[in-house]
Design a protein around this ligand. Structure first.
Ligand code: 3PG
Length: 212
């Protein structure tokens, strides 16, 4: 059964920015997520690029009130199932394949699939996906590219991710086809490793205040 669009839209509308996180040490996940939630960014994407990412998602899901943890870089059935099992409320993929969309159809936990061209967007619209990640956003043409899609492919609304900064986020968020943006600038690997929770909270607060 195709997925219910309102579920993924609720995640995208929770705040103007979804922090994209690479978490090596799960013991840092709870204070990191607490700082993000305090700063006003409840939806957080923990990428499955580290061996212990699933543990981090589980800890956030079980311990951080108000957080909406999601799993990023999900590309196959095993990862999708494990991410849902760990408590992910949403799933993000850098792209989309027919196989991945079939897997998503088996789950209530929604997928935010990636697209970077008009044809990729059209293929996803055909499958009922109107809420998409635009990835890699800056490298694939940035805000001018996305603006060009807003008239011919008006049903598609995006979360641009990849090379986005606070300044660039503002120009994406001014577009009619952008609901939120994603990025690692709020809590990069260095900030997490050095436990810079106040810096993360401060950057989250600035991101949460972006108009859209
Ligand atoms: C990623 O793939 O890591 C995300 O798209 C975040 O990209 P960024 O690090 O350029 O913000």
């Amino acid at each position: 059964m195709p997925q219910d669009i309102s579920r993924v839209e609720a995640v995208m509308m929770a705040a103007p920015v979804i922090p994209v996180l690479i978490v090596e040490d799960p013991s840092k996940a709870v204070p990191m997520a607490e700082a993000l939630v305090r700063g006003g960014l409840p939806a957080i994407e923990i990428t499955l690029r580290t061996p212990r990412a699933l543990e981090a998602i589980k800890l956030v899901a079980e311990n951080v009130e108000g957080a909406i943890p999601g799993a990023g870089t999900v590309m196959d059935q095993a990862q999708y199932d494990a991410a849902v099992e760990a408590g992910s409320k949403f799933i993000v993929s850098p792209g989309a394949t027919p196989k991945l969309l079939d897997i998503a159809d088996q789950h209530d936990v929604p997928l935010l699939p990636g697209a970077a061209s008009a044809s990729e967007v059209m293929a996803l619209l055909e499958r009922g996906y109107e809420r998409l990640k635009f990835f890699p956003a800056e490298q694939a043409g940035g805000a001018p590219f996305l603006k060009s899609l807003s008239s011919p492919l008006a049903a598609a609304k995006f979360c641009p991710t990849g090379g986005v900064s606070l300044e660039k986020a503002a120009s994406y968020l001014s577009l009619p086809n952008v609901l939120c943006v994603g990025g690692s600038w709020i809590a990069d690997a260095k900030a997490i490793a050095s436990e810079d929770w106040s810096g993360i909270e401060e950057r989250a607060r600035a991101a949460a205040a972006l108009p859209r």
